[in-house]
Design a protein around this ligand. Sequence first.
Ligand SMILES: NC(=O)c1ccc[n+]([C@@H]2O[C@H](COP(=O)([O-])OP(=O)(O)OC[C@H]3O[C@@H](n4cnc5c(N)ncnc54)[C@H](O)[C@@H]3O)[C@@H](O)[C@H]2O)c1
Length: 406
Amino acid sequence: MPRDTELKTDLAGPRGPRPGMFDYLEDEDIDARYGGGAPRPETPHFHFAVVGAGVAGQGNMLGLIREGRGAVRGLYDTRRRSIDTALRCLEHPENVRVYDSPDALFADGSVDAVVIASPNHTHREMLERAVRAGKHVLLQKPMATTIEDARAMVRAVKDYPRVVMLFLEYRLKPVYLQAYHEAFVRKSLGDIKMLRIHEHRGPFLNKAGQWNKFSRYSGGTLVEKCCHYFDLFNVFARSRPRRVFASGRAAVHYKDFVYKGERSDILDSAYVIVEYENGIRACLDFCMFAFENAEGICLNGDRGRFQGDDGESARIRIRADNGVPDAELVTRWRQGGAHSGSSPKQLKLFADAVDGTAGRYPTVEEGFWSVVLGVAAERSVASGQPVDIPELLEACGGPPEGSAGA
Ligand SMILES: NC(=O)c1ccc[n+]([C@@H]2O[C@H](COP(=O)([O-])OP(=O)(O)OC[C@H]3O[C@@H](n4cnc5c(N)ncnc54)[C@H](O)[C@@H]3O)[C@@H](O)[C@H]2O)c1
């Protein structure tokens, strides 16, 4: 492209950081029932720092600034280029400290909260440092790449008096909130017996150092991406997983992917079935070489069925025989930046938590169980055998204290 026709993407401007980032949301897209609401112009009253200034770190930073209660104090990243990109998004980058080490960041007494958005294999170290420094933490998913690390992290935050929130924001997508509402508030489905989630999409984006193409950094596709869906399985099953069966492979994108002479070892497609202690069966249909994006959930109970498809708008259909009226609806609330891990709803929830006013939010213990399912699914694919969850946990040091039962 000739230089003078290059598109300009300078997002800083007189109206504040990345003006208009969420301006496409219309008032009716914001439904207070789901804990949303238009961003409130507030005076910032806590300072946060960001570890990892890539896509998610920038998205989280800008979303928190936009939310109004947090002001960015500093950034730490191992790559100067990521820092420079993040600073260019800001109206006053001169106010932001650039730390030359994690020690410098965590020793900064003016930082109240830390957003951890570095690659997955660094999460344990960063969380443990944050806890030693007494910071509030917003931790990107998946919390860890191994069960051993996830277990140690649950132990590290036991009785910790500050906020540690997992960024498992798919829970806040309208289609899953609506499914939850039908299942557990309106109770239109009776007892849930089976649930299925599908996601068909394109391949992973490029990342700094291509960390997401290698299991030792990401935990593998079924941990890295599918922790969102396994978290939803656990939310809907309300039970502990007992056994996992999975089949998958690198069918299209990653069978020949090579970076710096090393071949990628991740999957791009899988079917995963989870059996829960209470008898519920859950199934994930995951494909990363789809020519069209599709995502949704189906819940079958003994009294009704819920089918919901996510997208620009969520399309929902409920059929039941228990006197609850059938329904078909379209909820127009779009995702609002969730693609870069910057869901405004979850960022508002984090600011509420720092202020001590938040309701329920995703915890490290819940993050632990989504990692367990991801690791079990990866192992089942590798071995071709079902994975018994109690045996897997035993081999990895057992479940975290107090979380063995349903
Ligand atoms: N919740 C969501 O939907 C969502 C969406 C995207 C990413 N994420 C998560 O966010 C995290 C980051 O993903 P991303 O897409 O921003 O990746 P990215 O590659 O765009 O950014 C990661 C950044 O971390 C930096 N980094 C690497 N090692 C580091 C270290 N030891 N200390 C500090 N910084 C380091 C890299 O230089 C890079 O700038 C991952 O855990 C990912 O799973 C979550």
